[in-house]
Design a protein around this ligand. Structure first.
Ligand code: PLP
Length: 387
């Protein structure tokens, strides 16, 4: 954990409790911190499986704290305070706040000031803070990642009993199948409770012994983390620049294995129904598996998360080609039909620019209408969530 945080925070071995991945760690913390019916605040958009992991067996509730693109979806004090107040007014007991930093699905890290605001907020209210730091080392450009463990080292007034960290080897070390996660709590009672509960999600001794050998090779781990972040950075650049050439922008991101693509201009109208319709077209016609923002409880329609790291470069290029055909297809047809021989480069550039201003017009509107009006429109729940 220390190495994944660049050695800037120290952790005590006694406070570590193993679990079945971050999934198990998050659930264990909910069992330890809340009773059925209690609630946790979660800034949006948030990791879709929180709905399952945090709630299904514990009976806790999730109260979304809406964030928006005007400030890159960073949570504000105002959003926290107003959601907290509104929940209290309806009699809901808020037990804490949980967030993923770096964020899934945003691919961004929390700024120091935002993290301080959050820590001050939970400390004022005396509620818990769970930081899921599963992507701690999967950060590839500035600003770097700051763990809550670093922040509280500098905030003496904060009640540390309220702070809990979740980590896992699934992302940074690329070992999701090993099911190795960690609860790290500054609260003795939580450590003790989580340890007792860990019987329900033990990591096998074979796995532990194998990993102990691997992780004790410090040089290997350091080199591995550096290499991964270089490769993810390269892949991120390839993908976002490829999209940019087509006039598609992404939320500026510096971490994680995905980007949030901004397709708001392609929606017929700014509704989640249109988002779903577009998602259907992308799945059925473009044959690319993207996730619509609504599955992450995004407050604005038109954002789609794309994973760019779980495939080789050729596959990524194929994906980009498909998106390009989809987005530029209509324009190319028009150009070919209308000005077969007269069309010179200058004109084409001009058309491309005007097309980019209005992507909505750029693909077959019939194809879109057909799906938008389809009564069979399905929700994009992943097989994971249907399980
Ligand atoms: C933010 C976040 N938390 C938890 C998990 C689940 O991780 P694990 O495989 O370690 O259970 C994921 C996986 O995508 C994730 O993105």
């Amino acid at each position: 954990m220390e190495r994944a945080r660049g050695g800037r925070a120290s952790f005590e071995a006694d406070r570590v409790v193993m679990s079945g991945g971050a999934t198990g760690a998050n659930e264990t913390l909910m069992f330890c911190l809340a009773d059925p019916g209690d609630a946790f605040l979660v800034p949006t958009p948030y990791y879709a499986a929180f709905d399952r992991d945090l709630r299904w067996r514990t009976g806790i509730r999730i109260i979304p704290v809406d964030c928006n693109s005007s400030n890159n979806f960073q949570v504000t004090k105002h959003a926290l305070e107003s959601t907290y107040l509104a929940s209290q007014e309806t009699g809901i007991k808020i037990k804490g706040l949980i967030l993923a930093n770096p964020s899934n699905p945003l691919g961004t890290t929390l700024h120091r000031e935002v993290l301080e605001t959050i820590v001050n907020f939970i400390n004022d209210k005396q509620i818990h803070l769970v930081c899921d730091e599963i992507y701690a080392a999967t950060v590839f450009t500035e600003p770097g990642f700051i763990s809550v463990a670093e922040i509280i080292q500098e905030m003496d007034h904060v009640n540390r009993d309220l702070i809990h960290i979740v980590y896992s080897l699934s992302k940074d070390m690329g070992l999701p199948g090993f099911r190795v996660g960690v609860v790290y709590s500054y609260n003795d009672a939580v450590v003790s409770c989580a340890r007792r509960m860990s019987s329900f999600g033990l990591v096998s001794s074979h796995t532990q012994s194998f990993l102990a050998a691997m992780l004790s090779d410090q040089r290997f781990v350091d080199n591995f983390l550096i290499e991964v972040s270089k490769r993810v950075a390269k892949r991120h650049r390839m993908f976002t620049e490829g999209l940019k050439e087509m006039g598609i922008s992404c939320l500026r991101s510096n971490a994680g294995l995905f980007v949030l693509m901004d397709l708001r201009q392609m929606l017929i109208d700014q509704t989640f129904e249109s988002e779903m319709a577009l998602w259907r077209v992308i799945i059925d016609k473009v044959k690319i598996n993207v996730s619509p923002g609504s599955s992450f409880h995004c407050s604005e329609p038109g954002w789609f998360r794309v994973c760019f790291a779980n495939m080789d470069e050729d596959t990524l290029q194929t994906g980009l080609e498909r998106i390009k055909d989809f987005v530029l297809g209509d324009r190319a047809n028009k150009v070919n039909n209308n000005c077969k021989c007269r069309c010179n480069n200058k004109k084409e550039n001009k058309k491309r620019k005007s097309f980019q201003k209005n992507l909505k017009l750029s693909f077959s509107s019939m194809m879109y209408e057909e799906h938008a009006r389809s009564p069979k429109l399905m929700s994009p729940h992943s097989p994971l969530l249907r399980a």
